[in-house]
Design a protein around this ligand. Structure first.
Ligand code: ARG
Length: 458
C-alpha cells in the first residue's frame, strides 16, 4: 500500500520512530478548515484557468463537502502515516473522488499550502482576539465609571506617591489594551497576504491567477517573492510579540490585583468564583486566576523566544524547522484568548474598599506635593517649598499623624504664608481635583476619558 506522497523513490519504509518524529497531524489538524478553504480557492482558479476541467472542480468540491462533514462529525480518520493535515485531507479526497483529487495539487506544494493555511487560520484568531480585547476594555471602562471618585494611593517605587482616582488607574490599563488591539490590527495586515502560487519555492509553470485566489480567500495582497512566501514566519513571530505584550499588560494588572487583595493592602475583593481555598488553611481565599495569568505570561513570552530562535538559522527557502512554528503559535492563541476572556469576566467581580485605600493614602502623606504647590502659589520658589514641606512631614511623622492633622499654628511655624485654606488643599479630594491637566486624575478629566473610550469602543 502506497501510504506516502513520494514513495516510488524510496527503497525502505520510514521507521516508526521517524514517522512519529516527523508527523504533525495530531496538532496541525486544527488547520483543517483553512486547508480546505485554500484548496477550494486553488481548485476553482485552476478550473477557471483551464488547468483542470470543470468536472474535476465539481468532484473536488463534492469531496471536500463530504470531508468537512466527516471532520465536523468527528468521523474523519486522521492517520499518523499521512504525516500532516494536508496529506490526510488530500488522500481522503482522492479516495472519495479519484483522479480529480490527484489533480488538486497541480501547481502547488505543501510549502505554499501550509504557509497559506497558517495565515488564514491566524487571521481568524486575530479577529477573535480583537473582539476579546474590546470586551476587556469595556469591562475596565465599566469599573472605572463606577469608581471615578474612589481615591487610591498612587505609587511610585511602590511607595505612596499622590492620590489618584481608582477609575483613572483602571483607564491606564484600557490605554494598554487599546494599543494591544492596534498592534493586532497592524499585524493582521501582514498576516493577510497570500503565499499560494509560490509552489515549492520558485513559482510554477502553470498559468496560475494568484490575484484571483487572494480575492477568493479575502486576502489583501499576494506575497511578491516566492522564496520569501514559503519560508518566512515573521508574521507568526510578530503576532506572538503582540500577544506577549498583551500578556505582559495582563500580568502587571494581575500583580496589582494580587497585592491589593493581600491583607496588607485590603484595597479590593475579587468575587469568590475567581478565587480558591486552601486544603490546609481554612481562612484562605487565594487569587489563583491573576497568579496563573502572571505565570502564563512567562509561557507566552517563551513561545516568542522559541519562534524567533526557530527562524534565525534557516537558509532560504522552506525548511522543515517551520513545522515547529505550530505548537507555540497555537498555545499562544489559546492562552491569550482564555486569559482575555477570564479577565473581562473577573473585572466585573472586583469590589473596591475605598476606606482602606484612603487610609493608606493618608498614611503615606500622599498630599505633601499639594502643600508644596500651595506655598509656590504664595510666592515661594518650588525648591524652598519642597524643603519646607519635608520639615512638616518629619514633624507629622514624629506625631504619627497626617499633615492635615497638624494644627494651623504648627503649620504656620513652618511658613507664615500658610492660612486656613490649606486644609482643603491637603485633603485627598482637593489633591485629586487639582490635577486637571489633560490626561490627569481629576474626576472631570477621568469622566472625559470615559466618554472618549465609550465612543471609541461602541
Ligand atoms: N507539515 C509541514 C509544515 O508544517 C508542511 C510542509 C511540509 N513541506 C515539506 N516540503 N515537507 O511545515
Amino acid at each position: 500500500q502506497k501510504s506516502q506522497a513520494w514513495s516510488a523513490l524510496f527503497s525502505e519504509p520510514m521507521s516508526d520512530l521517524v514517522k512519529r518524529y516527523t508527523s504533525s497531524v495530531f496538532f496541525d489538524k486544527r488547520l483543517w478548515q483553512a486547508d480546505i478553504a485554500g484548496s477550494l480557492a486553488h481548485a476553482e482558479m485552476l478550473a477557471a484557468q483551464k488547468v483542470i476541467g470543470a468536472d474535476d472542480l465539481a468532484s473536488i468540491q463534492k469531496g471536500m463537502a463530504q470531508i468537512t462533514a466527516e471532520i465536523e462529525a468527528g468521523q474523519f480518520e486522521w492517520k499518523l502515516d499521512l504525516e500532516d493535515v494536508h496529506l490526510n485531507i488530500e488522500a481522503r479526497l482522492t479516495q472519495l473522488v479519484g483522479d480529480a483529487g490527484k489533480r488538486l495539487h497541480t501547481g502547488r506544494s505543501r510549502n505554499d499550502q501550509v504557509a497559506t493555511d497558517v495565515r488564514l487560520w491566524l487571521r481568524g484568531e486575530i479577529d477573535l482576539i480583537a473582539g476579546l480585547l474590546t470586551d476587556l476594555q469595556k469591562a475596565l471602562v465599566g469599573i472605572a465609571e463606577q469608581n471615578v471618585d474612589v481615591i487610591l494611593p498612587g505609587f511610585t517605587h511602590l511607595q505612596v506617591a499622590q492620590p489618584v482616582s481608582f477609575g483613572h488607574h483602571m483607564l491606564a490599563y484600557v490605554e494598554m489594551f487599546a494599543r494591544d488591539a492596534e498592534r493586532m490590527a497592524d499585524v493582521r495586515r501582514r498576516v493577510n497576504r497570500l503565499p499560494l502560487g509560490a509552489a515549492a519555492l520558485a513559482g510554477t509553470s502553470y498559468p496560475l491567477d494568484r490575484e484571483r485566489v487572494a480575492k477568493t480567500l479575502g486576502m489583501d495582497e499576494v506575497c511578491q517573492n516566492s522564496l520569501d512566501a514559503v519560508s518566512d514566519r515573521d508574521f507568526a513571530i510578530e503576532f506572538t510579540a503582540a500577544a506577549s505584550l498583551a500578556m505582559v499588560h495582563i500580568s502587571r494588572f494581575s500583580e496589582e490585583l494580587i497585592l491589593w487583595m493581600s491583607q496588607n493592602f485590603g484595597f479590593i475583593k475579587i468575587a469568590d468564583r475567581f478565587t480558591t481555598g486552601s486544603s490546609i488553611m481554612p481562612q484562605k481565599k487565594n487569587p489563583d486566576v491573576p497568579e496563573l495569568a502572571r505565570g502564563k505570561t512567562g509561557r507566552v513570552v517563551g513561545h516568542l523566544m522559541g519562534l524567533i530562535t526557530l527562524m534565525k538559522g534557516q537558509p532560504l527557502a522552506y525548511n522543515k524547522d517551520n513545522q515547529e512554528d505550530k505548537e507555540p503559535l497555537f498555545d499562544t492563541v489559546d492562552t491569550l484568548k482564555d486569559t482575555l476572556r477570564i479577565f473581562a469576566e473577573m473585572v466585573g467581580g472586583i469590589t473596591v474598599v475605598p476606606a482602606a485605600m484612603e487610609q493608606a493614602a493618608a498614611r503615606g502623606y500622599a498630599t505633601a506635593t499639594d502643600l508644596a504647590d500651595y506655598l509656590v502659589k504664595k510666592g515661594l520658589p518650588f525648591r524652598d517649598a519642597h524643603e519646607t514641606v519635608a520639615h512638616a512631614v518629619k514633624a507629622a511623622q514624629s506625631h504619627a499623624c497626617d499633615l492635615s492633622e497638624l494644627p494651623l499654628t504648627v503649620l504656620q511655624g513652618f511658613h507664615p504664608a500658610i492660612e486656613k485654606d490649606v486644609f482643603d488643599v491637603m485633603s485627598l479630594r482637593g489633591s485629586l481635583e487639582a490635577r486637571s491637566t489633560l490626561g490627569g486624575t481629576a474626576p472631570s478629566q477621568v469622566k472625559a476619558q470615559i466618554a472618549r473610550h465609550r465612543a471609541r469602543l461602541g
